[in-house]
Design a protein around this ligand. Structure first.
Ligand SMILES: [Zn+2]
Length: 350
């Protein structure tokens, strides 16, 4: 077999406009029927799910982290053959509570009877149903009582941003209203706040009195996927670089998150405050490639590829050398996707 050996011989720039999806995130959509076998009124066909995934993947294309969501299946559960599922999880009396007791119950039932609930251990399990309120909930990975499922009221099927919001929780993203959200670049908000209210709370001024940079900070909160603001002119399309880093950190930290993805994302960042620089000599690839301890050069990321999976290597903006004095040349002989965050360009020189 001819081995493909490509040495990086010329200086090149990875432009952040280039995205070929490689890390596929598997999603299983389950529609809970009523006891007579009827679908909830707002999802009589699958068209809304098709358009939702198109919308979500358009957003992810903009974020440029090599992620694609794949709706592996859209199935129906409950109905006359499984009336208990319908009785417990479909109807005007079913409440999706913010405390999570309904999703805890649903997950426990599904894991006890994966066939009836079509529960998939290697996909994000999203249940759509008719419930009391027009809302949704997802389990955080750190909650041991319930940690893998999502349930959304059928009236939100028209809003793909709701599905992306709940998937954000799946990857441990918190609401923008929570000040301890671990993404320090994001200003906080409240569900009833407009841009002026966010500006006042964070800067003590109205929106039109802010600098352009401050207005940008307000905008990425007001229009954030993880905001709960509704109906005030917002457009919930933004995930910040910090949120995307947290998403990928979660993916690498939790088995329940890693197992829904087809590949791993390795991070390279030469500007990161570098805990790896203090590693003993001889272990240049001692970092782990996660967003919090990224590799400091491309060699280590390429070295981490398993040679089979088409993993993703994300370069943060910076200057990199194709031939690391301590590690050797970068050899492109494994399947992978190279990309750069949209913060800026990564330049690799020989
Ligand atoms: Zn939420």
């Amino acid at each position: 077999m001819k081995k493909l050996l490509l040495l990086v011989l010329i200086s090149f720039t990875i432009l952040n406009s280039t995205t070929l999806f490689s890390q596929q995130v598997r999603v299983s959509i389950k529609i809970i029927l009523d006891s007579s076998g009827n679908r909830p009124a707002q999802i009589l066909t699958n068209e809304k799910f098709d358009s939702a995934f198109l919308w979500i993947n358009d957003r992810l294309h903009e974020y440029n982290r090599g992620i694609e969501f794949v709706p592996f299946e859209i199935v129906e559960i409950g109905g006359p053959s499984n009336p208990t599922i319908s009785a417990n999880y479909n109807g005007a009396g079913v409440v999706i509570d913010t405390g999570g007791s309904l999703i805890t119950s649903l997950e426990a039932d599904a894991e006890a009877n994966p066939s009836a609930y079509q529960w998939r251990s290697n996909m994000i399990n999203v249940y759509y149903s008719r419930t009391a309120l027009s809302n949704g909930i997802c389990s955080f990975p750190s909650n041991s009582n319930h940690n893998e499922g999502i349930i959304i009221d059928h009236r939100r099927a028209d809003e793909p941003e709701v599905l992306l919001h709940e998937i954000g929780h799946f990857f441990d993203l918190k609401h923008t209203a929570i000040q301890s959200q671990a993404c320090g670049t994001l200003e906080f908000d409240d569900s009833s706040w407009d841009q002026d209210a966010i500006a006042q709370a964070n800067f003590g001024l109205n929106y039109n009195q802010l600098t352009a940079q401050q207005q940008f900070q307000v905008d990425i909160t007001f229009n954030n996927v993880m905001s709960q603001i509704r109906g005030l002119g917002e457009s919930r399309v933004v995930l910040t670089e910090c949120q995307l880093d947290r998403w990928h950190q979660t993916l690498l930290n939790w088995t329940t998150r890693k197992d829904v993805c087809s590949a791993v994302v390795w991070y390279v960042d030469d500007n990161d405050p570098d805990p790896c620089a203090i590693l003993p000599a001889g272990s240049p690839c001692g970092c782990n490639g996660k967003p919090d301890i990224p590799y400091e050069n491309g060699f280590c990321a390429f070295d981490a590829l398993d040679g089979v999976t088409k993993d993703v290597i994300v370069f943060k903006p910076g200057a990199y050398e194709a031939d690391e004095a301590s590690s050797g040349p970068i050899v492109l002989d494994k399947p992978m996707l190279l990309t750069a965050t949209r913060q800026g360009s990564a330049v690799i020189t020989p």
